[in-house]
Write a protein that binds this ligand. Structure first.
Ligand SMILES: C[S@@+](CC[C@H](N)C(=O)[O-])C[C@H]1O[C@@H](n2cnc3c(N)ncnc32)[C@H](O)[C@@H]1O
Length: 244
């Protein structure tokens, strides 16, 4: 059963055409056939999430928000710490993935977690401001990622925390001590991911580091299942909005 699910997800990632006139329609077209297989398949693909969520500082009373939250699976990486925030908002544009998130919320009895079908670049939670924002492999899928980061910045309270984990490629001449990537890595991954409307760039990470004070930063590479011999670069960034 699990292998069947994995192949179903692979079919939707590699072969099924993505249709739709709007960003939300294209996301739903991509995800609706693989929502039930999403968590299992992404376990092998989206590395660094457990590390990022484990390192995320959380305080009692916090309002937390995950933008592009998908199925809400990342909350499981928090373990018992999921109970620390007073409220957690999960925001996504894919109805099918949110249906999985809502089942997870219900089965875990997470009364303080709420899923919203909304755009990460405009969603404002009822509390107005938040203490913690996360983007896990969602910035590379948000066409106007500048708007998403700027929006998160404006919703964060001074001193609030942002956690990001995502694919990227290095600039041709990165500032030291950032890692360098060879020509193949810088050229291949953007073309490969663009097929699924995923856009790894050299700019997210420098933009995040310019706007936020760095708490934790790592540049890593992960072996890719089904692409033997290839390692994809990803980064983990945890930052703080300056207090003044
Ligand atoms: C690769 S998935 C990652 C999901 C989840 N964060 C995880 O780590 O498994 C990217 C998610 O971003 C969502 N997304 C893309 N653009 C969005 C937008 N403008 N607003 C809200 N969600 C968006 C997609 O629907 C998808 O669920």
């Amino acid at each position: 059963m699990s292998i069947l699910r994995e192949w179903k997800a692979l079919y939707h990632i590699a072969l099924s055409p993505i249709r739709g006139a709007t960003h939300a329609e294209r996301l739903e077209s991509f995800y609706q056939g693989q929502a039930d297989a999403y968590d299992q398949f992404r376990k092998h693909l989206l590395k660094g999430r457990e590390e990022m969520y484990s390192a995320l500082p959380l305080e009692p009373g916090n309002v937390m928000m995950e933008l592009g939250a998908g199925t809400g699976h990342n909350l499981t990486f928090l373990g018992d710490r999921v109970q620390i925030p007073q409220k957690i908002h999960l925001v996504d544009l894919s109805r099918s993935l949110l249906d999985v998130a809502n089942k997870r919320i219900e089965s875990n009895g997470w009364k303080h977690v709420e899923a919203h079908e909304a755009d990460a670049t405009t969603f404002v939670p009822p509390e107005g401001k938040v203490d913690v924002v996360t983007f896990s492999y969602s910035l590379t899928m948000i066409p106007d990622w500048f708007a998403a980061i700027d929006h998160a910045y404006s919703l964060l309270k001074p001193g609030g925390v942002i956690g990001v984990v995502d694919f990227y490629v290095a600039r041709k001449y990165p500032d030291a001590p950032n890692k360098k990537h060879g020509w193949f890595t810088r050229s291949f991954w953007p073309v490969w991911f663009n097929l699924d409307n995923v856009y790894p760039t050299a700019d997210h990470m420098p933009y995040l580091r310019r706007k936020f004070e760095t708490i934790h930063f790592e540049e890593c590479k992960a072996w890719m299942r089904y692409l033997p011999g290839l390692r994809v670069p990803y980064y983990i960034f945890i930052g703080r909005k300056p207090s003044s």
